[in-house]
Design a protein around this ligand. Structure first.
Ligand code: UD1
Ligand code: UDP
Length: 363
């Protein structure tokens, strides 16, 4: 079975690494790696290929950044030709980025089977671009591989049947577990001059938080208070970097003596930050999951999450963008008043091993 595995953006690389590795061991599956080029900076793309030993992409579509419609259109046009040339039996998509949806649409139109890893998660917020990508992809996928029970329930509620659903667990956690020796060896704390459990790790990149300077300012004002108690390390996503360069936000950031801004980090250095920090403040999907697995308190700067299991079972809480609420939650963590959490079912590092037989036995 020839399978085109699709990646485009940072979290996709982390998810595909264990899948490529396990597929290569299969006697039946022939994996081909397609990189759409949605992310292209070294620190957003090739760095992860090197660190996680992902083979060089067999096919690069090099679409780059654009409006959503144009980016999706470019991916579709270029992937259409790839499908004609390679005639795959199926495509495998991960997560919920534009590349996921665009390639799925092409496959569906051509009658090529679609395997969706991380199916079924829902924020129920259709203003989020990812929610549209999730709904579209799941509605046309042939094999749905959700990470958690709530995701299975969402799919059943939408009318999908158990015949095409297999709960395989969380693929991100395969990479997290496999990478522990390298994460432990990271020297990022020394490089940044910070100490274990004595700093806050921050990431922000959701359009709803960083595209409008008023929302972003509310969040930064919370950091102004928090950094008086603990240094904040903030590796800045390219979307966010553009906004931080606007005069008012730049001035607020410059006024914080305990705020360390840096470029996006590699997987091992960033993993070390999450594992060893006092708390995480983020709007990232993957980092909500990783902090739950590390048992590190996580404040999510969103009104909703498609990963509610990290709240019900893990260490995560939603704070939205309210300055006072973020400060209050951070204070509770510093005062030791936060839940301990547990690791959700099947977030055990063996998800890729469970995915392979599902594909091999696909009807
Ligand atoms: C995308 C995904 C989001 C995911 C995130 C992971 C969609 C709709 N969004 O958001 O779900 O959480 O990736 O990080 O698919 N840019 C660079 N260099 C790069 C990549 C992007 O400078 O290598 C800049 C460009 O100015 C671009 C902007 O970042 O316009 C946004 O990139 P894009 O891929 O459109 O969305 P993300 O915010 O990265
Ligand atoms: N990550 C990283 N370096 C960074 C920030 C994040 O390696 O500077 C990793 C993080 O550990 C997680 C993934 O990137 O595995 C999350 O990607 P992102 O937040 O970009 O996307 P999302 O999960 O929100 O879609």
């Amino acid at each position: 079975m020839k399978i085109l595995n699709i990646v485009g953006a940072r979290p996709n690389f982390i998810k595909i690494a264990p899948i490529m590795r396990e597929m290569k061991k299969s006697k039946i599956l022939e994996p081909v790696l397609v990189h759409t080029g949605q992310h292209y900076d070294i620190e957003m793309s090739s760095k992860f290929f090197e660190e996680l030993n992902i083979p060089e992409p067999d096919i690069s579509l090099e679409v780059g950044s654009d409006t959503h419609a144009r980016q999706v259109a470019k991916i579709m046009e270029r992937f259409d030709a790839v499908c004609d040339e390679h005639k795959p039996d199926a495509i495998l998509v991960v997560g919920d980025v534009n590349s996921t949806m665009a390639c799925s649409l092409v496959a569906a139109k051509k009658g090529i089977k679609i395997i969706h890893v991380e199916a079924g998660i829902r924020s129920f917020d259709r203003t989020m671009p990812e929610e549209i990508n999730r709904l579209v992809t799941d509605s046309i996928a042939d094999l749905l591989l959700p990470p958690s029970k709530d995701a299975v329930e969402n799919l059943l509620r939408e009318g999908h049947t158990m015949e095409k659903i297999r709960m395989v667990g969380n693929i991100m956690i395969d990479t997290l577990m496999e990478s522990q020796p390298k994460i432990r060896m990271s020297e990022i704390l020394q490089t940044l001059g910070i100490e274990e459990k004595k700093f806050v790790a921050v990431t922000l990149h959701r359009p709803s938080n960083v595209d409008d300077p008023t929302d972003f300012k509310r969040i930064l004002l919370a950091f102004t208070e928090i950094q008086k108690r603990l240094p904040i390390v903030f590796p800045v996503h390219p979307r966010t970097r553009k906004m931080l360069e606007t005069p008012e936000l730049k001035e607020i950031a410059a006024g914080m003596s305990n705020l360390i801004l840096c470029d996006p980090l590699g997987y091992f250095d960033f993993g070390k930050l999450v594992k060893d920090c006092r708390m995480v403040i983020t709007d990232s999907g993957g980092i909500q999951e990783e902090s739950t697995v590390y048992g590190i308190p996580c404040i999510t700067i969103r009104e909703n999450t498609e990963r509610p299991i990290t709240i019900w079972e893990g260490t995560n809480e939603l704070a939205g963008t309210d300055t006072e609420k973020i400060i209050d939650y951070a204070g509770r963590i510093l005062d030791g008043k936060w839940k301990a959490g547990k690791i959700p079912e099947l977030w055990d590092g063996h998800t890729a091993e469970r995915i392979i037989p599902c594909i091999e036995n696909m009807k």
